[in-house]
Design a protein around this ligand. Structure first.
Ligand code: HEC
Ligand code: HEC
Length: 328
């Protein structure tokens, strides 16, 4: 179908011109224009420069279990690099085996999000970083004690001093948050098949995947899943069956925000199952069908669901090259 249309337009354009064109574009330019490829780095805030020293320190801290009260839970326990930087269980298990309320989102590409958490209660990664350390159901650690523990290690004395050379007393909460944020801004996954396609490699997607992209636009998924990370970072009403979570309402107290949740990124969505804020949905097919029903008020047919699912698989990018740090 696509090929036939292409041939027709090539003839219409005048064959000499069409043949001279280097990489024959398909005729889906109007669709491609609705998307943006993922840049290698997200925007870097003015008050936290992305220095190699901070990133290195942030990496150690991300894997450091001694900033939890049990001494066994690190950020990487739930945001596990081997599991798409998430945990592959419906809802996170934290301190003392407690099960939290919500599914663990991946931290991949989190620097591209304009709000953090399912309810968007933190605007940026700096604000986000200290939450899980103190949260009772996550790491359950008093921040001062966490900082005290780090101070006991020469290696952290050195690494904090190197990352924050202007501070007399560099092991503090701000610097902990800044370095965790900087590390996370390096966890990006460019060059997915879809990015290569958007940049002009017409072979990077097969016909079904292209049909999926078309269905994604034509059915209106792109209204919320837009921009480089395929999220508008905005809040939309969805009541996942069996859940009493009020979402954004908890943050604003505004009735209009009842059951609103932030649109999650769809980058790497094929490897970050299970889905939804409760983690109750196992497969992408199921999630796509739910989205059709709940967000768009339409029953998507099986072919459309399969095509969109195939398209979602093209959003898996190159995982960050990472050497696991050897902790002191
Ligand atoms: C016990 C499991 C657990 C631990 C430990 C944990 N997280 Fe999370 N993380 C979660 C869950 C669950 C959420 C979603 C919570 C919510 O939305 O209310 C989350 C959300 C996030 C987000 C927001 C992503 C998004 O899409 O909004 C980031 C970033 C993040 N965590 C980074 C960290 C860092 C850094 C640490 C260590 C300091 C950490 N997490 C420790 C489970 C965990
Ligand atoms: C009105 C905005 C909106 C529209 C339209 C929309 N989505 Fe979503 N999408 C969301 C929100 C919000 C969530 C989070 C739901 C939750 O809180 O569990 C979500 C979640 C998802 C998830 C699960 C991701 C995860 O990590 O848990 C997938 C997959 C998805 N959407 C795909 C689609 C597809 C495909 C379409 C079109 C058929 C679509 N969405 C249409 C807002 C939207």
């Amino acid at each position: 179908m696509i090929k036939k249309r292409l041939l027709a337009s090539a003839i219409a354009m005048g064959s000499a011109l069409a043949i001279a064109a280097p990489a024959m574009a398909d005729d889906l330019g109007n669709y491609r224009d609705r998307f943006e490829p993922l840049p290698h780095f997200p925007p870097i805030p003015a008050d936290n420069s992305l220095t190699p020293e901070q990133v290195e320190l942030g990496k150690f801290l991300f894997f450091e279990p001694r900033i939890s009260s049990s001494g066994v839970i690190s950020c990487a326990t739930c945001h596990n690099p081997a599991l798409g930087w998430a945990d592959r269980i419906p809802r996170a298990t934290g301190h003392d085996g407690q099960i939290g309320e919500r599914n663990t989102p991946t931290v991949l590409n989190s620097g591209f999000l304009e709000s953090q958490f399912w309810d968007g209660r933190e605007p940026d990664l700096e604000g986000q970083a200290l939450g899980p350390i103190e949260a009772d159901v996550e790491m359950a650690m008093d921040l001062d004690s966490a900082l005290e523990r780090l101070t006991e290690f020469d290696l952290y004395q050195e690494k904090f001093a190197r990352a924050f050379p202007d501070d007399d007393d560099p092991i503090n909460a701000d610097n902990l948050a800044h370095s965790l944020a900087s590390f996370q801004r390096t966890l990006n996954t460019p060059n997915s098949p879809f990015d290569r396609y958007l940049r002009g490699d017409m072979e990077a997607l097969n016909e079904q995947e292209k049909d999926g992209m078309v269905a994604f636009v034509d059915n209106g998924c792109i209204a919320c899943h837009s921009g480089p990370a395929l999220t508008d970072s905005n809040f939309h009403r969805i009541q996942v069956p069996g859940s009493t979570d009020v979402g954004r309402y908890e943050v604003t107290g505004d009735e209009a925000d009842m059951y609103r949740f932030r649109t999650p990124t769809l980058r790497n969505v094929a490897v970050t199952y299970p889905y939804m804020n409760t983690g109750a949905t196992e497969t992408l097919e199921e999630s796509v069908a739910i989205m059709g029903k709940e967000m768009l008020g339409r029953e998507l047919d099986e072919q459309t669901i399969d095509d969109i699912t195939a398209f979602m698989h093209t959003l898996t990018g190159e995982m960050p090259a990472l050497e696991i740090p050897a902790l002191p």
